[in-house]
Structures are given as structure tokens and as C-alpha cells.
Design a binder for this molecule. Structure first.
Ligand SMILES: NC(=O)c1ccc[n+]([C@@H]2O[C@H](COP(=O)([O-])OP(=O)(O)OC[C@H]3O[C@@H](n4cnc5c(N)ncnc54)[C@H](O)[C@@H]3O)[C@@H](O)[C@H]2O)c1
Length: 258
């Protein structure tokens, strides 16, 4: 079944990333106009695709963008937030401060994580809420992680130096609380808000041993493919999920089931 989003306008925050690209692809194919908010560019061949280069941690940039957005589109039906902070985005470097353990964790890395994963989500939600409430069937989808539900399992990283640090898991849990607040405080005005909880996506930067360890701890015995979330995203932002709000939608190969 192909859910229809014709006539709707969406913002995808962090749309240039692995999962974001897939979200944009399926939203556009479903007939939606999509604005990708990211500081890394993404080309996409469609007259319904718009890219806005923005640092989402800068509230003033969000406020200015919102003014232009409102003038052009007049409404916002769908807000998807996929952005997150991961230290150096270009490569997995075990010496990156982002991967330090808690007893040694640099406060500025902790603050940067809070800034992208929580503060930016707060700014964008806050500044677009009034417009969403005036739009038809508005829906928010925020992205947590299995590590927002359970702790990162340190055994899968061995002594590679790479890991999911404390700020990641703390903010991913925070995203669930934030989304439930939005769902319960604006549901009576017609706004829905849900959380997507993905498990690990396989990519070329991961080591063989990491992939093996991760897969062993996953009931389905493998990592996710980048395109295994998009249909759920489409369902969650479409009117087909009209009775869902405040929900945690877990797609993790069973990682959190045991
Ligand atoms: N990929 C996984 O294995 C996995 C697993 C569980 C949860 N998740 C969650 O899913 C979401 C998407 O993951 P992904 O792998 O696609 O991430 P990604 O790192 O590939 O993409 C994140 C995007 O956010 C953008 N971004 C970061 N900081 C920004 C800033 N200050 N201003 C503007 N843009 C900024 C980046 O440029 C990037 O395009 C994240 O919230 C992540 O925590 C991912």
C-alpha cells in the first residue's frame, strides 16, 4: 500500500544523512513537498524538493528560516527530526573526544551532543508549533535509538575505541520524553507526535568485528539496511496512523526484546 501525502508539506531535519535520504525519497515519491534542513547538502531530482543549509543549533537561524518558510509554504503538516551529533562526521576516528568514556568525557562534547540532539529539536518544535497547529492533520516524528531505551552494550565495541557515548544514550532517552510531552499537551488540538526507535544501520565505516558482534546480539542476526525504516516513517507521518500518538515505534531486529 502506498500512503498518499499529496498536498502536504514536510520538513526533514538531518535529511542528508543515511536514514534522512531514505525518508526524503519516500516522502517525495508519496507526493509531498519536502524541505531538507541540514548543514550538509543533498541533491535530489524533484521539483518538490528544497534544501536549506542551516546549523540547527543556532536558534536565530531557525527563526529566520521559519519566516521565509511560512511566506513560501503557508503550512507545515509533517516535521521529521533525524539529526544527531556524532563527533567528527567525516570518519569514525577512535581518538575523537566524542568516544571518550564518562570518567574522562569532555564537557564540551557533552554540551555539543545536547545542543544538536535536544536543544535544536526544542528550537525547531517551538518555532514551528503554531504553524503546525493551523495546518491539516499535523504530525511530528522524532528519532531516538535503541540506546534511548537500553544502554549501549560495551561488549560489541571491543577495544576499537569506537562506542556510543553517554551523551548519545542520555539525549536519545530525552527525545522520547520530549515527544511524549508534545503528544499529550497538543493532542487535544489535533497534533500527533511519535518516536521512531531504530537499531544500528550497517555501513562501510564499521569494522567486521563490530558488525559480527552487533549481529550476534540481534535476534534477526544482522544489522539494519539503510532503507528498512522508510516505510515505517511514511506510515507514521501519514493519516494511516491517525490514532497513534505518544508511541515508541521500535524497529531494531529484536535488539531490545531480550
Ligand atoms: N544509523 C544508525 O545506525 C542509527 C541507529 C539508531 C538510531 N539512529 C538515529 O537515527 C537518526 C538518523 O541517523 P543517521 O544514521 O541517518 O545519521 P547521519 O549522521 O547519517 O545523519 C545525521 C544528519 O544530521 C545532520 N546534522 C548534524 N548536526 C547538524 C547541525 N548542527 N545542523 C544541521 N544539520 C546537522 C548531519 O549533517 C547529517 O546529515 C539519528 O537521530 C540517529 O541517532 C541511527
Amino acid at each position: 500500500m502506498q500512503y498518499k501525502l499529496k498536498g502536504k508539506v514536510a520538513i526533514v531535519v538531518g535529511g542528508s544523512g543515511q536514514i534522512g535520504k531514505e525518508t526524503i525519497d519516500i516522502l517525495i515519491k508519496s507526493g509531498c513537498q519536502v524541505v531538507n534542513l541540514d548543514y550538509v547538502g543533498l541533491r535530489f531530482k524533484s521539483k518538490n524538493y528544497y534544501f536549506k543549509k542551516i546549523d540547527i543549533t543556532n536558534e536565530l537561524e531557525i527563526i529566520n528560516f521559519k519566516k521565509d518558510f511560512q511566506k513560501k509554504f503557508k503550512k507545515l503538516n509533517i516535521l521529521v527530526n533525524h539529526a544527531h551529533y556524532k563527533g567528527n562526521p567525516k570518519k569514525l576516528d577512535p581518538n575523537n573526544n566524542f568516544f571518550k568514556s564518562l570518567d574522562d568525557y569532555p564537557s564540551n562534547e557533552w554540551k555539543k551532543t545536547i545542543d544538536v540532539n535536544l536543544n535544536a529539536m526544542f528550537y525547531i518544535t517551538k518555532h514551528f508549533l503554531k504553524l503546525m497547529l493551523k495546518s491539516k492533520n499535523p504530525v511530528i516524528l522524532n528519532t531516538s535509538s535503541t540506546y534511548g531505551k537500553v544502554s549501549p552494550n560495551k561488549s560489541i565495541y571491543g577495544n576499537s575505541g569506537i562506542n556510543a557515548p553517554v551523551g548519545y544514550t542520555a539525549t536519545k532517552a530525552g527525545i522520547i520524553g520530549f515527544t511524549k510531552y508534545v503528544a499529550t499537551h497538543y493532542g487535544d488540538r489535533g497534533l500527533r507526535a511519535n518516536v521512531l526507535i531504530p537499531g544500528g544501520v550497517e555501513n562501510k565505516n564499521q569494522s567486521k568485528s563490530f558488525k559480527k558482534n552487533y549481529s550476534n546480539l540481534t535476534p534477526l542476526k544482522r544489522m539494519a539496511k539503510q532503507n528498512e525504516y522508510k516505510r515505517a516513517v511514511l506510515f507514521l507521518v501519514s493519516d494511516e496512523s491517525s490514532y497513534m500518538t505518544g508511541s515508541e515505534f521500535i524497529i531494531d531486529g529484536g535488539w531490545t526484546a531480550w
